[in-house]
Design a protein around this ligand. Sequence first.
Ligand code: SAM
Length: 327
Amino acid sequence: MLRDNFNRIHDYLRISLTDKCNLRCTYCNPVDLPKGFFAGAPRMTADEIEKIASVFIKEGVKKIRLTGGEPLVRKDAGEIIQRLAKYPVELAITTNGVFVHEFIETFKQAEIRSINVSLDSLKKEKNLLITGRNEFDRVLDNINLLLKNEFHVKVNMVVMKNVNDDEIIDFIAWTQQQPVHVRFIEFMPFTGNRWTNEKVVSHQEILEIISRKFSFSKLPDKINDTAKKYFVKEHKGTFAIISTMTQPFCSGCNRMRLTTDGKMKNCLFSKNETDILGALRKGMDIVPIIKQCLFEKEESLGGQFTTINNNPLVSKINNRSMINIGG
Ligand code: SAM
């Protein structure tokens, strides 16, 4: 069992399959991406991903989420999904939705039931502005395809002041007729993403905006949930808020991350990384290395900040960009 110094059991691993992405979302990609940013670094092969994942599973991991970059741009993404599907673990995926239609059968065979799709605007033009690519229709079609095939679809929407906060109500209206589970995410700071305190729309503000048009109730959350869930009566879908910046949920954290170059991060905001891939390639036993990394986990937010309300230096935190960590 993987337990940290604060007695938190860690049974959820997020694996980044790649740091490449076919979209250029402003909040995720570093500005001024240096030339050759994606080249050179060692990458976990499908074999190595399976080996490392199997060790984590033996140590008690019950859920693995594949992410990136965009996990589905990796050429052997289908093979990796099939390999991991053989293990006694709940498999999940976070995707921008663009290639979902090519993977529907793979998802079904792998018994993946829940898919997170990122969509930050219900307007085509604004989507183009945020993602830098004209894929809105494809993503919406693919969300509908997932719904038609009875997947549990969570839609991740990063809320940014004066960018898309005027659409919060439209997203809630969408849940009226469609069983989509919208998750409003507070904008988080990463290297190069031009985060400022002023651009964050807080959990409280999101609820206030929604309450102007809809009355809603709280749904129960589980101890490890990052999202606080709500529902509007008679809506087919639900909504939730991921409030990392104003109401962090570290006390119930059960998550670990593996970057595409095989570094373990014990927290999304950890400064330190542990080279699991390097150790595996040297033939070392990676279990004690994983345990040591977890033992060093800070109590909250990588020890880098507490909440935006009491730390003006939050924009100076030391971390990779989100695309390079694996969201
Ligand atoms: N390409 C996939 C996608 O678009 O969902 C997976 C990777 S993406 C990094 C994973 C999630 O991180 C997405 O839902 C995205 O919205 C979220 N994300 C990225 N940067 C963020 C930021 N600065 N603040 C909050 N959420 C962010």
